[in-house]
Design a protein around this ligand. Structure first.
Ligand SMILES: Cc1ncc(COP(=O)(O)O)c(C=O)c1O
Length: 384
């Protein structure tokens, strides 16, 4: 069987050095990222202060436009941030939790950053309601929908859960939230780049994500999408001079928010981070998320079959519609096995309560799936 996506392998020299099955945690580095960082250094040295006018200032938007194409947003609707933690903090700062509509509905398997922030908001009147998982893998949709009511201000969910790779139904969640007057913030970090995301189709109000994983963009390039028609009514309390309508007037006094996506900015952006991230986005766009997804479903299924044949418990949904790009295996002594795999240049990771996380991406060869299972089996047999 020919695998057309493998032609991008040569763009990722790191793939020849290891068995890279860790794209849920750190995507492979594109060859062009090094060139982009050199370009950044050249501009810094050669153009000095003029570099801001020649592109740096606009980068949170121009680079955000690449993300917009990956997640179904329009041009100018995504702004780059340093990470999800900052993006989510800006989102929550748009809300007033002092009234009756003060509930934040989330899930117990959401990424900890999001939950830490909601707990920290308790002093502002926010009431956090987390929907529990019954099996440690999935979140029951009906229970989540039932928790969303007229007192809910914000619903915060991960599109794909980082622990189990369970994929949630964003459209159903948004539908219910909007029916009762609540807004939805989706953390799409574990989906964008491997699972098709369309913020317009799902209707979410906010989406946050980053580039370290499936987008192969490295650290320091998070992003925030905000539904355009909501901009005029949203006034983030977490703000800064770059969110001002006229930042170079350096006015003191209360902020006058920009009327575009920059109203969600704060201070100086991570320019080198955005340079490094661009080649990853461009590659994902060239390869196409639909094709990446098709391959991911095939390879994750194959991994699960191999794991089942070897007698390991799979802690990831079997159903294609409910699965993101990662397969989690619960094997005895998972942490020790993971450490030993890393020493053998087989890159995976371990999450307590779930197991060994393994992620093929568009550049993964089929034999690498056989290798990881063979290595796990060997390590477990030798450890007996
Ligand atoms: C779903 C999800 N959200 C957020 C993060 C990270 O947040 P931040 O960008 O603030 O480091 C991760 C992974 O590290 C994640 O898997």
């Amino acid at each position: 069987m020919t695998d057309d996506l493998l032609r991008w392998r040569s763009e990722f020299p790191t793939l020849e050095k290891t068995v890279h099955l860790i794209s849920h945690s750190l995507g492979a580095m594109p060859r062009r990222a090094r060139e982009a960082l050199t370009q950044y250094a050249d501009e810094w040295e050669d153009r000095s202060i003029r570099a801001w006018q020649e592109g740096w200032w606009e980068m949170p938007r121009t680079v955000g436009n690449l993300i917009a194409r990956i997640i179904g947003a329009g041009a100018g609707e995504v702004v780059m941030m340093q990470n999800v933690s900052i993006a989510n903090w800006i989102v929550t700062s748009c809300f007033d939790f002092s009234g009756r509509r003060n509930k934040i509905v989330s899930e117990s398997l959401n990424f900890p950053t999001n939950l830490y922030q909601y707990h920290a908001l308790a002093g502002t009147g926010a009431r956090l309601v987390t929907v529990d998982s019954e099996d440690g893998l999935t979140i029951p949709l009906e229970k989540l929908l039932d928790a969303i009511d007229e007192e809910t201000a914000l619903v915060s969910v991960s599109h794909v859960l980082f622990r189990s790779s369970f994929k949630q139904d964003l459209a159903a969640i948004t539908n219910k939230a909007h029916r009762v007057g609540a807004m939805v913030c989706a953390d799409i970090y574990q989906s964008a780049g491997t699972v098709p995301v369309d913020v317009r189709v799902s209707g979410v109000d906010f989406a946050t994500g980053g580039s370290v994983k499936w987008l192969c963009g490295g650290p320091g390039a998070g992003y925030l999408y905000v539904r355009r028609d909501l901009w005029p009514q949203l006034k983030p309390k977490a703000t800064g001079w770059m969110a001002h309508e006229h930042p170079f007037e350096f006015k003191t006094g209360p902020i006058e928010y920009a009327d575009d996506i920059f109203r969600f900015m704060h201070g100086t952006p991570n320019v080198p981070g955005m340079y490094a991230a661009k080649p990853g986005y461009e590659t994902i766009l060239e390869a196409g998320v639909e094709r990446i997804r098709e391959k991911s479903l095939r390879q994750t299924r194959r991994l699960m079959e191999l794991a089942c044949e070897a007698g390991y418990a799979v802690r990831t949904p079997m159903n294609n519609d409910e699965r993101g790009g990662t397969v989690t295996l619960d094997v005895p002594d998972g942490r020790r096995v993971t450490d030993a795999l890393l020493q053998r240049d087989v890159l995976v990771d371990f999450r307590p309560g779930s197991g060994i996380r393994i992620a093929p991406h568009f550049y993964t060869k089929d034999d690498e799936l056989e290798i990881v299972i063979r290595e796990i089996r060997g390590l477990l047999e030798r450890g007996r």
